[in-house]
Design a protein around this ligand. Structure first.
Ligand code: G6P
Ligand code: MG
Length: 214
């Protein structure tokens, strides 16, 4: 029934939100702003540039483009240092078993992430070997909820949207998948994720055979 699965990275395959949180908190010291956990949740699936704009809005801080460019670079340097220590133990529960099932049953597998650091995270965790196509923040011009990242993944796999299932932890990503005409499985809580075809707490709660019911 379906040919391919497209995975978001952050919050779906690995939990990098903690590193984004630390890096934004470190940056926030420069303009006296302490990002809260609730605010960090709102940055999931949102590009780096848009994240900084949101943070500056919360901090009620007006910055020039020049200053923003410096801060974006600094934030990413902190983030790169944090993720440089990542390893396979940080792959989220059930992910490897699920990927293996997919491969054994002939599904194609692609990545659809807003992150410009996706490649290095996939390498550090060893996940990279599972993917037939990798579409990341360097390959798109429009961020989620625009469907571009997933449509490019579908194209790279030579599939059509109706053949594909997207796995997402962020509302912007669920909206992107739906806008692209794909089925979508939300990872997380049905209390905060809307519009998905199915919601699961983690990959321990799904089998590849369940996909046929979507
Ligand atoms: C993912 C994360 C976001 C992050 C974005 C860009 O979507 O969920 O929190 O802002 O990627 O990540 P980057 O690694 O390019 O800064
Ligand atoms: Mg995510």
């Amino acid at each position: 029934k379906y040919k391919a699965c497209l995975f978001d990275l952050d919050g779906v395959l690995v939990d990098t939100a903690i590193y984004h949180f630390q890096a934004w908190r470190t940056l926030g010291k420069q303009f006296d702003f302490e990002l809260s956990h609730e605010q960090n949740e709102e940055l999931k699936g949102i590009s780096r540039v848009e994240s900084l704009d949101k943070i500056l809005h919360w901090a009620q801080f007006q910055a020039t483009q020049e200053q923003k460019d410096i801060w974006l670079k600094e934030k990413n340097e902190t983030y790169l240092e944090l993720i440089s220590h990542m390893n396979p133990s940080e792959i989220l529960p059930g992910v490897l078993t699920f990927l293996k099932q997919l491969k054994d049953q002939g599904y194609l597998i692609a990545l659809g992430s807003a992150s410009k650091n996706a490649q290095i995270i996939l390498e550090k965790t060893g996940l990279i070997t599972w993917f037939q196509a990798i579409i990341d923040g360097n390959k798109v011009t429009k961020s989620k909820p625009d469907p571009e990242v997933f449509l490019k993944g579908v194209e790279a796999l030579a599939c059509s949207p109706a053949d594909c299932i997207v796995f997402e932890d962020a509302q912007a990503g669920i909206d992107a998948a739906k806008a692209g005409g794909m089925k979508v499985v939300g990872i997380g809580s049905s209390a905060i994720l809307f519009g998905a075809d199915k919601i699961i707490p983690s990959f321990n709660d799904i089998q590849v055979s369940d996909l046929l019911l979507l």
